[in-house]
Design a protein around this ligand. Structure first.
Ligand SMILES: [Zn+2]
Length: 97
């Protein structure tokens, strides 16, 4: 049985997901629930940390250098791994049983 996007999002906290899937750490608070990612952006050949921000509550992400963005970890997972919506759901279900 395939899980729904809501189930996956309830199961995996954005904090947990990003600390596992991004190598580096979160830096200073930039505003309500938003943190700078003090690592490199996974969506462009990044050389200067700090353009990529993540919302620890919703899982939304945005890169101010290349414009990559999404509203939740599912969206990140699809783009980072180049998966379809269904593939991303299935993969996350396997990684977080
Ligand atoms: Zn970027």
């Amino acid at each position: 049985m395939t899980v729904t996007a809501t189930e996956i999002k309830n199961r995996i906290s954005p904090d947990h997901y990003y600390s596992r899937h991004l190598k580096g750490h979160f830096g200073r608070h930039t505003g309500h629930n938003w943190y700078h990612w003090n690592g490199l952006c996974p969506f462009h050949p990044d050389r200067k940390p700090g353009s990529f921000v993540v919302n620890r509550e919703s899982g939304a992400f945005k890169c101010f250098a290349c414009g990559a963005q999404g509203g939740d970890i599912l969206s990140f997972h699809m783009q980072a791994s180049q998966l379809s919506f269904r593939q991303a759901l299935r993969h996350l279900q396997e990684v977080y049983p």
